[in-house]
Design a protein around this ligand. Structure first.
Ligand code: 13P
Ligand code: SF4
Length: 329
């Protein structure tokens, strides 16, 4: 149990503004017990992305990046999946497990990047570049996926594009991830849609240079959603889980984390002997942080808010995700 640690770092949790620390610990403990009991009774599983408020790990069955969570969503035999992540993640879980009830604790939890492209815009993008296969980042709606040839996540994007054997591909919506893939491969032209993650774009090259001056021995670990000029300055670029794995396995003692705060929080919790410096205090995805333990309890108790996908859209979107999973086994 990491309640004390969680208590120190979850200032965004609206449940916990006015209580004393002891009262907050008690509330959390009770909620954790109630959620775990309800999970068993309802044969439910909780999937949590590693940008979630850290106390959610106490009730989560699986915590990880988008690829790992979609793999878990596909293979679970639970009746209910509660997704502590953003909307597109819960929607992907529904596509992969259509017979299960998939619940998103807070419907406000969208992804600003995924919202940058809709069905009409993906069609326009394809029409401008006829005949070129389209790869969509998993951070897209089912509608957008239904129009694309292949899906990818930040952890498998390079492998996926390589596996397609094309000279040119369309990539959407994240222009920076697309351009990073192009630089890694060197022999594929990646035509990108102008989408981006507002949270990752808060990180600037100046931030990296200043952090390096202050902590000269610490490698910079960045997410590929960062701006190209930031990614170029990093020592390692990878998915959220990739960054955590790199830091845990490294002999180094100090690291500069250039992604969302949840990754730095989990690393500090898991490796107290190492030092993790979040590049800036405000690298927080507000949408990921909506879910609280109380919301998770409410979702399970009332079986709210259920995610559904139009059948025709689902039929086409699932192919796009399944082709990705087949390459990423
Ligand atoms: P990961 O696939 O690395 O978990 O990233 C998801 C995401 O939304 C990062 O902003
Ligand atoms: Fe979307 Fe960016 Fe939040 Fe990831 S960090 S969920 S890309 S808004």
């Amino acid at each position: 149990m990491f309640i004390n640690y969680a208590l120190n770092i979850c200032p965004l949790n609206p449940l916990l503004y006015n209580e004393t620390k002891e009262q907050r610990a008690e509330i959390m403990k009770e909620l954790i017990e109630k959620i775990n009991k309800l999970k068993k009774e309802k044969n439910a599983v909780i999937l949590a992305h590693c940008y979630q408020n850290i106390e959610i790990d106490e009730v989560a069955d699986f915590v990880g990046d988008s690829l790992y969570l979609s793999q878990q969503a596909k293979k679970t035999d639970a009746d209910i999946i509660v997704f502590a992540g953003v909307y597109f993640m819960a929607q992907t879980a529904k596509l992969l497990s259509p017979d299960k009830k998939v619940l998103l604790p807070r419907m406000e939890s969208g992804c600003l990047m995924a919202d940058m492209v809709n069905l009409e815009q993906v069609r326009e993008f394809k029409a401008k570049h006829p005949g070129i296969p389209a790869v969509c980042y998993i951070n897209t709606t089912a509608e957008v996926k239904s129009e694309c040839d292949m899906c990818c996540t930040s952890s498998n994007a390079v492998k996926i594009v390589q596996s397609m054997g094309e000279k040119e591909i369309l990539f959407l919506p994240d222009t920076y991830l697309g351009k990073w893939v192009e630089r890694q491969l060197g022999n594929v032209k990646v035509i990108t849609y102008p989408g981006y993650c507002p949270t990752h774009l808060k990180i600037t090259p100046k931030d990296i240079k200043e952090a390096r001056e202050k902590y000269p021995k610490a490698p910079v670990l960045a997410h590929p959603e960062c701006h190209t000029e930031v990614a170029k300055l990093a020592d390692f670029v990878g998915s959220t889980t990739g960054i955590m794995k790199y830091a845990k396995e490294s002999d180094k003692k100090q690291f500069i984390i250039a992604t969302e705060k949840g990754v730095a929080d989990r690393l500090k919790r898991d490796c107290p002997e190492k030092d993790f410096i979040l590049i800036k205090d405000n690298i927080i995805c507000p949408n990921m942080k909506w879910h609280t333990l109380q919301d998770i309890y409410n979702a399970l108790d009332k079986e709210q808010h259920e995610i559904t996908v139009d059948e025709e859209i689902a039929k086409k979107a699932i192919g796009c995700i399944d082709r990705m999973l087949a390459v990423s086994k």
